[in-house]
Unconditional design. Structure first.
Length: 268
C-alpha cells in the first residue's frame, strides 16, 4: 500500500522507519518464542518495548506531517494517508496486546503503566486488578508508600513552582511600578523642558525686536549727525549761501574784519 501513496520525501522517510520498526517487532516476538530463559525474555521484552515507543513517536510525527501537507494534497490522498496511519496504529496496538500477553505469562509485576498515547490502547481496570491480586500484602503496602512518596514529591514540586511564580510576579509588579514612576517623572521633566523652550523662544523674539529697534534708532541718529556735519561744512565753505538757514545754537561765521588806518583828514 505504501508504494501506491503519494508522499513527500520527509513523510516517506518516516513511513519507512515505522515499517522497519514493525518488521523488527515481528522478528523480535518470533525470537521471543524460542527463548526459554525468563531473564532473557524480560530483556527481549524491554527491547521490544523501546521499539514500540519509537513507533509511537514516529506515528505522532507522521500525523503532524500529514496535517501540514493536508492543504497541498487532494482529498483522496489525505484519506489514503489517514487510513495508512490508522492501520499502523492498529498494528502497533496488536504488538502492545502481544506484549501484555507475554508479560502475564512471565508473571512480571507491573509497577508502571506503558502508555502509548492517543490512538493506542491503555491497560484496563481488570488488568490492574489482576496485577494487584498477584502481589502480597507487604508488596501492596510498599507500592502504596512509594506512590504516596511520589505524590508528596509532586506536591512539593508544585508548591515550589507556585512560590517561584508568586515571587516572579511580585518582582514583576515592583519593576512595573518603578518603571511607571520613572515614566511619570520623565513626562514631568519633558513638560518643564517644553515650557522653558517656549519662554526662551519668546525671550529671543523680544531681544530680536529690541535689537532691530536699536539699530533703526542708531541709523536715524547717524543720518542726523551726517546731515548736521554736512550743513556745517557747507556753511564754513560758503558762508554767503542764503539758501542754507543757520543752525539753531550755532553762531554765524564772523565777517571779515577790515583794518582801518588812521589817516589825517584832508582839507579842501
Amino acid at each position: 500500500m505504501a508504494t501506491d501513496l503519494q508522499m513527500s520525501p520527509q513523510l516517506e522517510q518516516i513511513h519507512g522507519e515505522i515499517r522497519d520498526n514493525f518488521r523488527a517487532l515481528s522478528n523480535g516476538f518470533q525470537k521471543l518464542d524460542k527463548i526459554k530463559d525468563s531473564n532473557r525474555q524480560t530483556k527481549q521484552l524491554e527491547e521490544l518495548t523501546g521499539r514500540m515507543r519509537e513507533c509511537k513517536r514516529l506515528i505522532k510525527e507522521m500525523d503532524r506531517e500529514i496535517k501540514d501537507e493536508e492543504v497541498r494534497n487532494p482529498p483522496e490522498v489525505n484519506k489514503q494517508l489517514n487510513d495508512e496511519k490508522q492501520s499502523m496504529i492498529k498494528e502497533l496496538n496488536s504488538y502492545v496486546a502481544l506484549r501484555k500477553t507475554y508479560m502475564n505469562s512471565l508473571g512480571n509485576k507491573k509497577v508502571e503503566l506503558f502508555d502509548l498515547g492517543a490512538g493506542v490502547s491503555e491497560p484496563t481496570a481488570d488488568e490492574n486488578v489482576q496485577v494487584a491480586s498477584s502481589m502480597s500484602n507487604q508488596e501492596l503496602i510498599d507500592a502504596g508508600k512509594k506512590t504516596m512518596d511520589e505524590t508528596d514529591q509532586a506536591i512539593k514540586r508544585s508548591q515550589m513552582v507556585v512560590e517561584q511564580t508568586i515571587e516572579v510576579g511580585t518582582q514583576t509588579a515592583t519593576t512595573l511600578k518603578g518603571q511607571t514612576d520613572q515614566m511619570g517623572r520623565i513626562v514631568n521633566e519633558l513638560d518643564t523642558i517644553q515650557f522653558s523652550i517656549k519662554k526662551a523662544s519668546q525671550l529671543v523674539k523680544e531681544i530680536g525686536r529690541q535689537v532691530a529697534t536699536d539699530k533703526c534708532i542708531m541709523l536715524f541718529l547717524f543720518l542726523i549727525v551726517c546731515g548736521v556735519i554736512a550743513i556745517i561744512v557747507v556753511k564754513v565753505v560758503n558762508p554767503n549761501n542764503k539758501d542754507i538757514r543757520d543752525i539753531p545754537g550755532l553762531a554765524p561765521p564772523a565777517p571779515a574784519r577790515r583794518l582801518l588806518s588812521l589817516q589825517a583828514p584832508e582839507h579842501f
